[in-house]
Design a protein around this ligand. Structure first.
Ligand code: SR1
Ligand code: MG
Length: 406
């Protein structure tokens, strides 16, 4: 009989006993120290370190209520699918995903590799650090995980089995509400609008009927387009980086959805970092962000084409013109979900510290307005945005217009 035979939410001391009992990662004489280091909205993340050797691992446990709001509950076994998705990603994108050592169905906890030599990308970007290998590595991650789980490559029956296996209704509903409804229609009254821009949000989001129609279409694309096993929450808080490496983790929102949801999240979160850098006059950093936006889109397209030629199996997908049509659809979705992410992190309940850490009221309001207008431009013009430079120019044109008005 062990006290870990029944689920409970662990504290730091519990986690020390837990790893000693449940894993052989540490020797019996290890001097273990545990610290809760999670800063996400959902789960508890513990680093356990052997002080005598410096070896460490991560324990991630799901709580019954969410960290962001005790009123929101989710089933605790949600982390099982996340662990499986990480293992799948680790297999198709080696070197770009931390290793999962084990998943415990009772404690709803996974034990995984601790990436000590990297920094959470959002924190690094707030320090205005640049990462020359990021565009190359994140596009390899996305192309490998997305293309290889799609109907372009997989046997269609095997792919359908994965669609069933990765049904993720609870987590998808969070996205359907928080990202694809509430930014333009605050039905649940949960939005957190920065007070100085309340009137602006009323006019630009809550009263804009054509925008609401386009967001409705993007919501139904998200609900219905089972294109690939997407990460589902690919923002800079789900990525570790250093000068050599990029590692993607936290795929708890993974399900079969539109490829452009992942690519769009990456692009929007680069723009949040730009907003912080621009506010504080970090010019070299902003130039790097701008180049990275262009490179992420263009490298994604190039690698997608190359890997398609090497691995596509569907005979009709090899029809002349099909690949170009398919990529244009992905880019349209990418632009649309870049837009919804820009909107939801600005007015929704789950915001980004890149922006919320801006203390000067006028500076914060300026960036919020830019992100709202850019979000709208990406959504409304998504069928015309077809290259990396189109993504960058869409954003910079809004910055120029908005700054000209002030
Ligand atoms: C209620 S969860 C809020 C947000 O945190 C996660 O990281 C997802 O982005 C989700 O939308
Ligand atoms: Mg997360």
């Amino acid at each position: 009989m062990s006290r870990f035979d029944t689920y409970f939410l662990m504290k730091e001391d519990d986690v020390v006993s837990y790893v000693m009992e449940k894993s052989d990662f540490f020797p019996a004489d290890a001097v273990l120290e545990c610290k809760e280091i999670g800063d996400g909205n959902l789960n508890y993340v513990f680093r356990v370190e052997d002080k005598s050797t410096g070896r460490s691992l991560i324990v991630k446990q799901a709580g019954e209520t969410l960290r962001i709001s005790k009123d929101m509950t989710l089933s605790t076994d949600r982390n099982k699918k996340e662990a499986e998705a990480m293992q799948l990603h680790h297999a198709v994108a080696p070197g770009l995903v931390p290793e999962v050592y084990a998943y415990d169905e009772i404690m709803c906890a996974s034990l995984m590799e601790d990436i000590r030599d990297c920094q959470l990308m959002r924190h690094a970007l707030i320090e205005h650090k640049t990462f020359p290998r990021f565009a190359d590595q994140i596009t390899t991650f996305m192309v490998n995980t997305l293309l290889s789980t799609s109907d372009l490559v997989m046997d269609h029956q095997a792919k359908k089995a994965l669609v069933v296996e990765y049904m993720n209704p609870e987590l998808c509903e969070i996205t359907e509400d928080l990202v694809l409804t509430e930014p333009v229609n605050d039905v649940k009254g949960r939005n957190k609008v920065f007070p100085p821009i309340l009137e602006f949000v009323e006019k630009e989001l809550y009263s804009d009927k054509p925008l609401q129609l386009e967001v409705a279409k993007l919501k139904f694309t998200f609900l219905q387009k089972a294109e690939a096993l997407i990460h589902g929450d690919l923002h800079t808080g789900s990525i570790f980086v250093n000068q050599e490496k990029t590692l993607v983790f936290d795929p708890e929102f993974a399900f079969y959805g539109p490829i452009g949801y992942d690519t769009g999240n990456v692009i929007a979160n680069l723009f949040f970092a730009w907003g912080n850098g621009n506010t504080y006059g970090a010019e070299t950093f902003c130039t790097w962000i701008e180049q990275t936006v262009v490179e992420v889109i263009d490298m994604f397209v190039e690698k997608f084409k190359t890997r398609f030629v090497a691995t596509a199996t569907d005979v009709m997908a090899k029809t002349d013109g099909f690949l170009d049509w398919y990529i244009a659809e992905i880019l349209s979705d990418t632009a649309g979900y870049t837009g919804t992410e820009l909107l939801r992190r600005t007015v929704g309940m789950a915001q980004n510290i890149d922006i919320t850490s801006i203390e000067d009221e006028a500076a914060r309001a300026r960036i919020d307005k830019i992100n709202i207008l850019a979000g709208k431009a990406f959504i409304m013009n998504r069928d015309k945005i077809r290259s990396g430079i189109d993504f960058l120019n869409t954003f910079l044109a809004v910055v120029k217009r908005q700054d000209g008005r002030q």
